[in-house]
Design a protein around this ligand. Structure first.
Ligand SMILES: [Zn+2]
Length: 395
Protein backbone atom coordinates (compact mmCIF):
# COMPACT_ATOMS: atom_id res chain seq x y z
CA UNK A 1 0.00 0.00 0.00
CA UNK A 2 1.23 3.49 -0.85
CA UNK A 3 1.90 5.96 1.94
CA UNK A 4 3.74 9.17 2.67
CA UNK A 5 4.68 11.57 5.39
CA UNK A 6 4.09 15.29 4.88
CA UNK A 7 7.26 17.35 5.37
CA UNK A 8 7.78 21.10 5.16
CA UNK A 9 10.94 22.67 3.76
CA UNK A 10 11.75 24.51 6.99
CA UNK A 11 11.96 21.10 8.71
CA UNK A 12 14.36 19.83 6.03
CA UNK A 13 16.54 22.91 6.42
CA UNK A 14 16.48 22.88 10.19
CA UNK A 15 17.30 19.23 10.79
CA UNK A 16 19.04 18.48 7.50
CA UNK A 17 17.84 16.39 4.57
CA UNK A 18 19.84 13.30 5.53
CA UNK A 19 18.53 13.16 9.06
CA UNK A 20 14.91 13.80 8.07
CA UNK A 21 14.91 11.24 5.26
CA UNK A 22 16.47 8.60 7.47
CA UNK A 23 13.82 9.29 10.10
CA UNK A 24 11.14 9.09 7.40
CA UNK A 25 12.40 5.65 6.38
CA UNK A 26 12.16 4.50 9.98
CA UNK A 27 8.49 5.48 9.85
CA UNK A 28 7.99 2.84 7.18
CA UNK A 29 6.26 5.12 4.69
CA UNK A 30 6.76 4.87 0.93
CA UNK A 31 7.55 8.51 0.34
CA UNK A 32 7.41 12.15 1.42
CA UNK A 33 5.04 14.90 0.41
CA UNK A 34 7.09 18.09 0.56
CA UNK A 35 5.62 21.59 0.62
CA UNK A 36 6.95 22.93 -2.69
CA UNK A 37 4.61 25.91 -2.44
CA UNK A 38 3.30 26.74 1.00
CA UNK A 39 1.50 29.45 2.92
CA UNK A 40 2.76 31.46 5.85
CA UNK A 41 2.19 30.04 9.33
CA UNK A 42 3.62 30.04 12.84
CA UNK A 43 4.05 26.47 14.07
CA UNK A 44 5.22 24.75 17.21
CA UNK A 45 7.82 22.25 15.97
CA UNK A 46 8.59 19.83 18.82
CA UNK A 47 11.84 18.29 17.50
CA UNK A 48 12.89 21.06 15.11
CA UNK A 49 16.01 23.16 15.32
CA UNK A 50 13.64 25.96 16.34
CA UNK A 51 10.71 25.09 18.57
CA UNK A 52 8.59 27.86 17.07
CA UNK A 53 8.96 27.94 13.31
CA UNK A 54 7.86 30.83 11.16
CA UNK A 55 6.93 29.87 7.61
CA UNK A 56 6.36 32.35 4.81
CA UNK A 57 4.27 32.30 1.65
CA UNK A 58 6.61 31.05 -1.01
CA UNK A 59 7.61 28.74 -3.82
CA UNK A 60 10.62 26.73 -2.75
CA UNK A 61 12.31 26.34 -6.13
CA UNK A 62 13.47 28.57 -8.99
CA UNK A 63 10.51 29.61 -11.11
CA UNK A 64 10.84 28.62 -14.77
CA UNK A 65 10.99 31.86 -16.77
CA UNK A 66 8.92 30.53 -19.62
CA UNK A 67 5.94 29.74 -17.38
CA UNK A 68 5.68 33.05 -15.52
CA UNK A 69 6.81 35.48 -18.23
CA UNK A 70 4.05 38.02 -18.73
CA UNK A 71 2.03 36.93 -15.69
CA UNK A 72 1.13 39.55 -13.08
CA UNK A 73 0.80 36.97 -10.30
CA UNK A 74 4.15 35.42 -9.42
CA UNK A 75 4.66 33.53 -6.14
CA UNK A 76 7.09 35.06 -3.64
CA UNK A 77 10.43 33.28 -3.56
CA UNK A 78 10.95 30.89 -0.65
CA UNK A 79 13.99 28.68 -0.04
CA UNK A 80 14.71 28.23 -3.72
CA UNK A 81 17.37 25.56 -3.14
CA UNK A 82 15.03 23.30 -1.13
CA UNK A 83 14.62 20.76 -3.94
CA UNK A 84 18.28 20.72 -4.99
CA UNK A 85 19.34 17.08 -4.79
CA UNK A 86 16.17 16.10 -2.92
CA UNK A 87 14.80 13.83 -5.61
CA UNK A 88 18.10 11.95 -5.80
CA UNK A 89 18.28 11.66 -2.01
CA UNK A 90 14.77 10.20 -1.97
CA UNK A 91 15.47 7.78 -4.80
CA UNK A 92 18.65 6.59 -3.06
CA UNK A 93 16.45 5.52 -0.14
CA UNK A 94 13.69 4.09 -2.30
CA UNK A 95 11.33 6.91 -1.33
CA UNK A 96 8.79 8.61 -3.58
CA UNK A 97 8.73 12.41 -3.67
CA UNK A 98 5.44 14.27 -3.99
CA UNK A 99 5.18 18.05 -4.40
CA UNK A 100 2.58 19.61 -2.17
CA UNK A 101 1.34 22.80 -3.77
CA UNK A 102 -0.82 25.35 -1.98
CA UNK A 103 -2.54 27.20 -4.81
CA UNK A 104 -5.00 29.93 -3.86
CA UNK A 105 -4.06 30.59 -0.24
CA UNK A 106 -1.39 33.25 -0.45
CA UNK A 107 -1.67 36.36 1.71
CA UNK A 108 1.41 37.96 0.16
CA UNK A 109 -0.04 37.84 -3.35
CA UNK A 110 -3.45 38.90 -2.07
CA UNK A 111 -1.99 41.93 -0.30
CA UNK A 112 -0.03 42.91 -3.42
CA UNK A 113 -3.01 42.44 -5.74
CA UNK A 114 -6.24 42.96 -3.79
CA UNK A 115 -8.31 42.89 -6.98
CA UNK A 116 -7.75 39.11 -7.30
CA UNK A 117 -9.02 38.17 -3.83
CA UNK A 118 -12.60 37.20 -2.99
CA UNK A 119 -15.23 39.91 -2.37
CA UNK A 120 -18.23 39.31 -0.15
CA UNK A 121 -21.87 40.35 -0.60
CA UNK A 122 -21.16 43.74 0.98
CA UNK A 123 -18.33 44.43 -1.46
CA UNK A 124 -15.56 43.88 1.11
CA UNK A 125 -12.27 42.36 0.04
CA UNK A 126 -11.36 41.33 3.55
CA UNK A 127 -9.59 38.02 2.90
CA UNK A 128 -6.12 38.68 1.47
CA UNK A 129 -5.23 35.02 1.93
CA UNK A 130 -8.00 33.89 -0.42
CA UNK A 131 -7.38 34.33 -4.13
CA UNK A 132 -10.62 33.92 -6.10
CA UNK A 133 -10.73 30.77 -8.27
CA UNK A 134 -12.92 32.56 -10.83
CA UNK A 135 -10.38 35.33 -11.56
CA UNK A 136 -8.74 34.67 -14.95
CA UNK A 137 -5.30 35.75 -13.75
CA UNK A 138 -5.56 33.50 -10.70
CA UNK A 139 -6.39 30.61 -13.03
CA UNK A 140 -3.34 31.40 -15.21
CA UNK A 141 -1.24 31.55 -12.06
CA UNK A 142 -2.53 28.15 -10.92
CA UNK A 143 -1.68 26.53 -14.25
CA UNK A 144 1.84 27.99 -14.27
CA UNK A 145 2.40 26.92 -10.67
CA UNK A 146 1.20 23.37 -11.36
CA UNK A 147 3.51 22.99 -14.34
CA UNK A 148 6.45 24.40 -12.33
CA UNK A 149 6.04 21.85 -9.54
CA UNK A 150 5.51 18.99 -12.00
CA UNK A 151 8.82 19.93 -13.63
CA UNK A 152 10.66 19.21 -10.39
CA UNK A 153 10.28 15.56 -11.35
CA UNK A 154 7.92 14.73 -8.49
CA UNK A 155 5.79 11.58 -8.53
CA UNK A 156 2.68 13.71 -8.10
CA UNK A 157 1.56 17.29 -7.64
CA UNK A 158 -0.56 17.35 -4.49
CA UNK A 159 -2.96 20.22 -5.07
CA UNK A 160 -4.13 22.01 -1.96
CA UNK A 161 -6.27 25.14 -1.79
CA UNK A 162 -7.72 24.76 -5.27
CA UNK A 163 -11.24 25.81 -4.27
CA UNK A 164 -13.15 28.46 -2.27
CA UNK A 165 -12.51 28.79 1.46
CA UNK A 166 -14.78 29.27 4.48
CA UNK A 167 -15.07 32.43 6.58
CA UNK A 168 -12.08 32.92 8.87
CA UNK A 169 -12.51 36.05 10.99
CA UNK A 170 -9.91 36.71 13.65
CA UNK A 171 -12.35 38.49 15.90
CA UNK A 172 -16.04 37.82 15.76
CA UNK A 173 -18.21 39.03 18.62
CA UNK A 174 -21.52 38.78 16.78
CA UNK A 175 -23.18 35.36 17.03
CA UNK A 176 -23.29 34.12 13.42
CA UNK A 177 -24.89 30.76 12.73
CA UNK A 178 -23.16 28.33 10.37
CA UNK A 179 -25.38 29.46 7.49
CA UNK A 180 -24.72 33.15 8.22
CA UNK A 181 -20.97 32.50 8.17
CA UNK A 182 -21.36 30.55 4.95
CA UNK A 183 -23.29 33.37 3.26
CA UNK A 184 -20.75 35.92 4.44
CA UNK A 185 -17.92 33.91 2.85
CA UNK A 186 -19.53 33.62 -0.61
CA UNK A 187 -17.56 35.54 -3.24
CA UNK A 188 -19.49 38.05 -5.32
CA UNK A 189 -16.61 39.45 -7.37
CA UNK A 190 -17.41 40.33 -10.96
CA UNK A 191 -15.95 37.08 -12.28
CA UNK A 192 -17.90 34.86 -9.90
CA UNK A 193 -21.12 36.72 -10.67
CA UNK A 194 -20.53 36.53 -14.43
CA UNK A 195 -19.90 32.77 -14.27
CA UNK A 196 -23.09 32.22 -12.27
CA UNK A 197 -25.07 34.41 -14.68
CA UNK A 198 -23.76 32.37 -17.61
CA UNK A 199 -25.30 29.32 -15.93
CA UNK A 200 -28.66 31.06 -15.69
CA UNK A 201 -28.41 32.09 -12.03
CA UNK A 202 -29.79 35.46 -10.89
CA UNK A 203 -26.51 36.55 -9.30
CA UNK A 204 -27.73 40.04 -8.38
CA UNK A 205 -30.68 38.59 -6.51
CA UNK A 206 -28.39 36.12 -4.72
CA UNK A 207 -26.08 38.91 -3.60
CA UNK A 208 -28.97 41.07 -2.40
CA UNK A 209 -30.42 38.18 -0.40
CA UNK A 210 -27.06 37.43 1.22
CA UNK A 211 -26.54 41.06 2.15
CA UNK A 212 -30.09 41.33 3.51
CA UNK A 213 -29.82 38.22 5.68
CA UNK A 214 -26.29 38.67 6.99
CA UNK A 215 -26.84 42.41 7.37
CA UNK A 216 -29.88 41.63 9.51
CA UNK A 217 -27.90 39.35 11.81
CA UNK A 218 -25.16 41.97 12.13
CA UNK A 219 -27.94 44.40 13.10
CA UNK A 220 -29.22 42.10 15.84
CA UNK A 221 -31.51 39.55 14.17
CA UNK A 222 -31.16 36.06 15.68
CA UNK A 223 -28.48 33.95 13.94
CA UNK A 224 -29.39 30.94 11.81
CA UNK A 225 -29.70 27.64 13.62
CA UNK A 226 -28.50 24.31 12.31
CA UNK A 227 -25.78 23.15 9.94
CA UNK A 228 -25.42 24.20 6.32
CA UNK A 229 -27.33 21.89 3.99
CA UNK A 230 -28.85 22.67 0.62
CA UNK A 231 -32.35 22.21 2.02
CA UNK A 232 -31.73 24.40 5.06
CA UNK A 233 -30.06 27.03 2.91
CA UNK A 234 -33.00 27.04 0.49
CA UNK A 235 -35.39 27.63 3.36
CA UNK A 236 -33.16 30.30 4.92
CA UNK A 237 -31.85 32.23 1.92
CA UNK A 238 -33.94 31.16 -1.06
CA UNK A 239 -33.28 29.28 -4.31
CA UNK A 240 -31.17 31.99 -5.98
CA UNK A 241 -28.54 31.79 -3.24
CA UNK A 242 -28.47 27.99 -3.43
CA UNK A 243 -28.12 28.11 -7.22
CA UNK A 244 -25.37 30.68 -6.84
CA UNK A 245 -23.52 28.45 -4.40
CA UNK A 246 -23.93 25.53 -6.81
CA UNK A 247 -22.42 27.54 -9.66
CA UNK A 248 -19.17 27.75 -7.70
CA UNK A 249 -18.64 24.04 -8.33
CA UNK A 250 -18.43 24.69 -12.07
CA UNK A 251 -15.80 27.37 -11.43
CA UNK A 252 -13.68 25.00 -9.35
CA UNK A 253 -14.21 21.92 -11.55
CA UNK A 254 -13.05 23.74 -14.68
CA UNK A 255 -10.04 25.14 -12.82
CA UNK A 256 -9.05 21.70 -11.55
CA UNK A 257 -9.43 20.37 -15.09
CA UNK A 258 -6.99 23.00 -16.40
CA UNK A 259 -4.52 22.29 -13.61
CA UNK A 260 -4.75 18.52 -14.11
CA UNK A 261 -4.05 18.95 -17.83
CA UNK A 262 -1.07 21.20 -17.03
CA UNK A 263 0.39 18.62 -14.66
CA UNK A 264 -0.15 15.80 -17.16
CA UNK A 265 1.55 17.86 -19.89
CA UNK A 266 4.70 17.86 -17.73
CA UNK A 267 4.56 14.12 -17.22
CA UNK A 268 3.30 14.04 -13.63
CA UNK A 269 -0.08 13.34 -12.04
CA UNK A 270 -2.40 15.44 -9.93
CA UNK A 271 -3.64 14.51 -6.48
CA UNK A 272 -6.58 16.74 -5.55
CA UNK A 273 -6.77 17.54 -1.85
CA UNK A 274 -10.30 17.94 -0.55
CA UNK A 275 -9.96 19.71 2.81
CA UNK A 276 -13.62 19.43 3.85
CA UNK A 277 -12.79 16.87 6.54
CA UNK A 278 -10.20 19.26 7.94
CA UNK A 279 -12.63 22.16 7.92
CA UNK A 280 -15.04 20.01 9.91
CA UNK A 281 -12.56 18.42 12.32
CA UNK A 282 -9.48 20.64 12.42
CA UNK A 283 -9.89 22.00 15.94
CA UNK A 284 -10.74 18.88 17.92
CA UNK A 285 -11.12 15.89 15.62
CA UNK A 286 -14.86 15.88 16.23
CA UNK A 287 -16.51 16.66 12.87
CA UNK A 288 -20.26 17.24 12.66
CA UNK A 289 -22.30 14.20 11.55
CA UNK A 290 -22.59 14.91 7.80
CA UNK A 291 -19.74 13.13 5.98
CA UNK A 292 -17.09 15.29 4.33
CA UNK A 293 -17.90 14.09 0.81
CA UNK A 294 -21.43 15.40 1.23
CA UNK A 295 -20.35 18.83 2.49
CA UNK A 296 -17.60 19.41 -0.09
CA UNK A 297 -19.94 21.46 -2.31
CA UNK A 298 -19.74 24.22 0.27
CA UNK A 299 -16.17 24.93 -0.90
CA UNK A 300 -17.16 24.58 -4.56
CA UNK A 301 -15.79 21.03 -4.66
CA UNK A 302 -17.91 18.52 -6.60
CA UNK A 303 -16.31 15.08 -6.06
CA UNK A 304 -18.64 13.41 -8.59
CA UNK A 305 -17.64 15.81 -11.37
CA UNK A 306 -13.97 15.77 -10.37
CA UNK A 307 -13.97 11.98 -10.49
CA UNK A 308 -14.17 12.25 -14.28
CA UNK A 309 -11.10 14.51 -14.41
CA UNK A 310 -8.72 13.47 -11.65
CA UNK A 311 -7.41 10.00 -10.85
CA UNK A 312 -6.31 10.59 -7.25
CA UNK A 313 -7.85 12.33 -4.24
CA UNK A 314 -6.47 13.10 -0.81
CA UNK A 315 -9.16 13.15 1.85
CA UNK A 316 -8.20 14.95 5.05
CA UNK A 317 -9.70 12.53 7.56
CA UNK A 318 -9.24 14.66 10.67
CA UNK A 319 -11.31 12.68 13.14
CA UNK A 320 -10.70 10.78 16.37
CA UNK A 321 -13.08 7.99 15.56
CA UNK A 322 -11.84 5.15 13.34
CA UNK A 323 -15.36 4.38 12.13
CA UNK A 324 -15.77 8.00 11.09
CA UNK A 325 -12.51 7.86 9.10
CA UNK A 326 -13.73 4.71 7.35
CA UNK A 327 -17.12 6.26 6.62
CA UNK A 328 -15.54 9.40 5.18
CA UNK A 329 -13.26 7.34 2.92
CA UNK A 330 -16.15 5.11 1.79
CA UNK A 331 -18.40 8.05 0.98
CA UNK A 332 -15.61 9.70 -0.98
CA UNK A 333 -14.95 6.59 -3.03
CA UNK A 334 -18.64 6.31 -3.87
CA UNK A 335 -18.61 9.94 -5.04
CA UNK A 336 -15.47 9.90 -7.19
CA UNK A 337 -15.96 6.38 -8.51
CA UNK A 338 -14.33 3.10 -7.57
CA UNK A 339 -11.57 3.30 -10.17
CA UNK A 340 -10.12 6.36 -8.45
CA UNK A 341 -7.39 6.42 -5.84
CA UNK A 342 -8.43 7.82 -2.48
CA UNK A 343 -5.63 8.67 -0.07
CA UNK A 344 -6.60 9.12 3.57
CA UNK A 345 -4.59 11.84 5.30
CA UNK A 346 -4.38 11.18 9.05
CA UNK A 347 -2.99 13.16 11.96
CA UNK A 348 -0.99 10.61 13.99
CA UNK A 349 -1.16 12.65 17.21
CA UNK A 350 -3.09 15.39 18.92
CA UNK A 351 -5.97 16.10 18.57
CA UNK A 352 -7.05 13.09 16.48
CA UNK A 353 -4.97 10.17 17.78
CA UNK A 354 -4.24 9.68 21.48
CA UNK A 355 -2.51 6.31 21.14
CA UNK A 356 -0.78 3.97 18.71
CA UNK A 357 -3.83 1.71 18.89
CA UNK A 358 -6.18 4.48 17.81
CA UNK A 359 -3.96 5.39 14.86
CA UNK A 360 -3.69 1.74 13.87
CA UNK A 361 -7.47 1.37 14.02
CA UNK A 362 -7.88 4.36 11.72
CA UNK A 363 -5.35 3.05 9.19
CA UNK A 364 -7.17 -0.29 9.16
CA UNK A 365 -10.54 1.41 8.88
CA UNK A 366 -9.41 3.53 5.96
CA UNK A 367 -7.93 0.50 4.18
CA UNK A 368 -11.03 -1.60 4.76
CA UNK A 369 -13.16 1.22 3.32
CA UNK A 370 -11.06 1.20 0.15
CA UNK A 371 -8.33 3.78 0.70
CA UNK A 372 -5.37 2.93 -1.53
CA UNK A 373 -2.89 5.09 0.35
CA UNK A 374 -2.37 6.57 3.79
CA UNK A 375 -0.57 9.86 4.33
CA UNK A 376 0.46 11.30 7.69
CA UNK A 377 0.42 14.97 8.63
CA UNK A 378 3.06 16.10 9.44
CA UNK A 379 6.71 15.34 10.21
CA UNK A 380 7.72 18.63 11.83
CA UNK A 381 4.49 19.09 13.79
CA UNK A 382 4.45 15.70 15.49
CA UNK A 383 6.69 14.69 18.40
CA UNK A 384 9.06 11.73 18.08
CA UNK A 385 6.84 9.39 20.17
CA UNK A 386 3.93 10.23 17.86
CA UNK A 387 6.01 9.56 14.73
CA UNK A 388 6.93 6.21 16.29
CA UNK A 389 3.27 5.18 16.03
CA UNK A 390 3.39 5.25 12.23
CA UNK A 391 5.40 2.05 11.48
CA UNK A 392 3.22 0.16 13.94
CA UNK A 393 0.05 1.48 12.29
CA UNK A 394 1.25 0.58 8.78
CA UNK A 395 2.48 -2.91 9.61
ZN1 LIG B 1 -14.91 35.65 -6.99
Amino acid sequence: MDSSLYVLVEDLRGEGVEKVLNRVRECGVAGITVGAVHHGSRDVTPHGLSKLTLRHDGAHFDLPDDLFAGLRLVPPAGYTDAFDGLLEACRARGLKLHGRTVFLRNGTLGAQHPDVIVRNCFGDRGYPTDLCPAHPEVRQYAVALARSVARLGVDSVVAEGLHYRPLKAERLFVPLGPMDAYLMALCFCGFCMARASDLGVDADMAREECARIVGGVLDGDPPAEGEVTRAALTAYAGPDVVSYAGARCETVTTLVSQVADAVASEGSKLVFVDPTGAVKGYRDGLPSPVLAAHDAWQLGVDPVALGDLVSSFAVLAYARDAARVANDVGAYLRSVGKGREVRAVLRPGYPDSDSAERLTAKVRGARAAGAQAIDFYAYGLASHPVLDRIPHALS
